[in-house]
Design a binder for this molecule. Sequence first.
Ligand SMILES: NC(=O)c1ccc[n+]([C@@H]2O[C@H](COP(=O)([O-])OP(=O)(O)OC[C@H]3O[C@@H](n4cnc5c(N)ncnc54)[C@H](OP(=O)(O)O)[C@@H]3O)[C@@H](O)[C@H]2O)c1
Length: 242
Amino acid sequence: MKSLKGKVILVTGAGSGIGRTAARLFAAKGAQLILAGRRMEALIETLPNALHFTLDHSDEFAVAAFVSECPALDGMFLSAGQLVTGSVQDTPIRDFDTMIQANLRGPWLLCHHLGPRLKKGASVVLVGSNIALRAIPDSAAYSVSKAGVHMLTQVLALEWASRRIRCNAIAPGPVYTAMLEARLRQSSDPDGDLTKLAQVNPMQRLGREEEVANLAAHLLSNESAWTTGVVIPIDGGAAAVY
Ligand SMILES: NC(=O)c1ccc[n+]([C@@H]2O[C@H](COP(=O)([O-])OP(=O)(O)OC[C@H]3O[C@@H](n4cnc5c(N)ncnc54)[C@H](OP(=O)(O)O)[C@@H]3O)[C@@H](O)[C@H]2O)c1
């Protein structure tokens, strides 16, 4: 049984990493995909037969223009995001602004403008982070922006419940994607950092894109029809213990 059969689903950040893997999985489960990201070629490579839109989701005019062309939706998986590392003291204010724009303003704008276009019974899944549930030292602006995503999720679940629209967030631990690779490239000890990241959780390994995508697919499907307003860690148990 294809659990997303016939559903029209928007995926942002669909040109790489978790968004790309999720888009392909949703298509395999029967969904019709609308893909958004900043690089058209990458979106086409993800799924040549989807609808593709180049979009900087932090640009309000671009989002408004996109919304005027976007069909009514049964679901959204808002995966687009960026990472900068650093403490509150060390992070330049422009990097803080970048984190808020890329990780919080973008999903906010999409929910603000696309909310009216969501069909009754739709499901929205945002991507937060497990380091927005528990503090770690070196990703202050990122963690703060993702904590905003978690609260945005819960507020929307409340606001949209009367339309039978659900809204949930996934809070992944480290998953090996372009984002993690870029973080490791900045490190003086990438192998050591990778080992540490994998050992933080009781399962003693990194997550996989497919594992995050599978949880998103469940939340977008009718199988999770009574689940809304939650932030679900998917991190090998890290959020439970550290
Ligand atoms: N990987 C992890 O360890 C991890 C852990 C927790 C949470 N997450 C979250 O998971 C999500 C996916 O990340 P990923 O690991 O799959 O990294 P990724 O491969 O770097 O994917 C991020 C995607 O976001 C898009 N994007 C960034 N800024 C954008 C903007 N302003 N407008 C539109 N698209 C934008 C990028 O598109 P372009 O390249 O085309 O610009 C890219 O495709 C992110 O929200 C991230 O914070 C990741």
